[in-house]
Design a protein around this ligand. Structure first.
Ligand code: SAH
Length: 217
């Protein structure tokens, strides 16, 4: 395998200037984001921007989320390391790597097969072996391995897909941006004995969640 430059300092700076000052306090999240090579999840042409404070294009009109948003969503999932986690919207696989570090097992679904294949390759090269991939419509969830302790949707939805609520374990957390096509609110749903408690974590902007329980293509 080719040698990759180490962006250790860029990562450290990202954590110190973008995450900590904005209120990310979970040490596990900060440590993992200070370790995972985000540069490996973007195209070589824009690798110099990998640690910048904004989303970046990953092809197919999709983006890798801004580091702060990744940190915010991950922190809100409250992962302890034992979870079975479902991710909708693999994209580059960057968020997937973070989930793989912080939970026991990750199931990730991406509707664009080419992105899924590329992310799978990157994550394989980085040595992750607790991730299962699927090219499919994630608004339907992944019933086979349900229920999940944590579910994260990294694309904006018009409403919360019912199958995801049904596949959320007792005590589980679901993170999903809900709104219109231009702006969404980040919603955390906690399954408390079949009562779905919703909290609004603030405004955000994601690409469309497209599928049976999402936006039409
Ligand atoms: N977490 C990703 C962000 C990717 S952008 C990263 O860090 O790179 C959101 C992704 O959701 C896109 O790749 C898009 O193709 C995918 N997506 C949109 N609707 C989907 C659906 N119904 N099921 C699975 N993936 C979907």
């Amino acid at each position: 395998m080719a040698e990759f430059p180490d962006y250790y300092l860029a990562r450290k700076k990202m954590v110190e200037t973008q995450l900590i000052p904005r209120g990310i306090t979970d040490q596990r999240v900060l440590s993992v984001m200070g370790k995972i090579p985000r540069d490996r999840f973007v195209d070589e042409a824009i690798v110099g921007e990998a640690y910048n404070d904004h989303p970046l294009p990953i092809g197919h009109k999709q983006t890798i989320s801004q580091p702060y948003i990744v940190a915010l969503m991950t922190e809100a999932l409250e992962l302890a390391g034992v979870e079975s986690t479902l991710e909708i919207g693999t994209g580059s696989g960057y968020q997937t790597a973070i989930l793989a570090e912080l939970s026991a097992k990750v199931y990730t679904i991406e509707r664009i097969r080419a992105l899924m294949v590329k992310a799978r390759q990157t994550l394989h090269e980085l040595g992750y072996n607790n991730i299962l991939f699927k090219a499919f419509d994630g608004t339907l969830g992944w019933k086979e391995y349900s229920p999940y302790d944590a579910i994260i949707v990294t694309a904006g939805a018009p409403k919360i897909p019912q199958p995801l609520l049904e596949q959320l374990a007792e005590g589980g957390r679901l993170l999903i941006p809900v709104g219109n096509k231009y702006t969404q609110e980040l919603i955390r749903v906690t399954n408390k004995k079949g009562n779905y408690i919703k909290e609004n974590l603030g405004g955000c902007r994601f690409v469309d969640l497209i599928g049976v329980h999402g936006w039409k293509e």
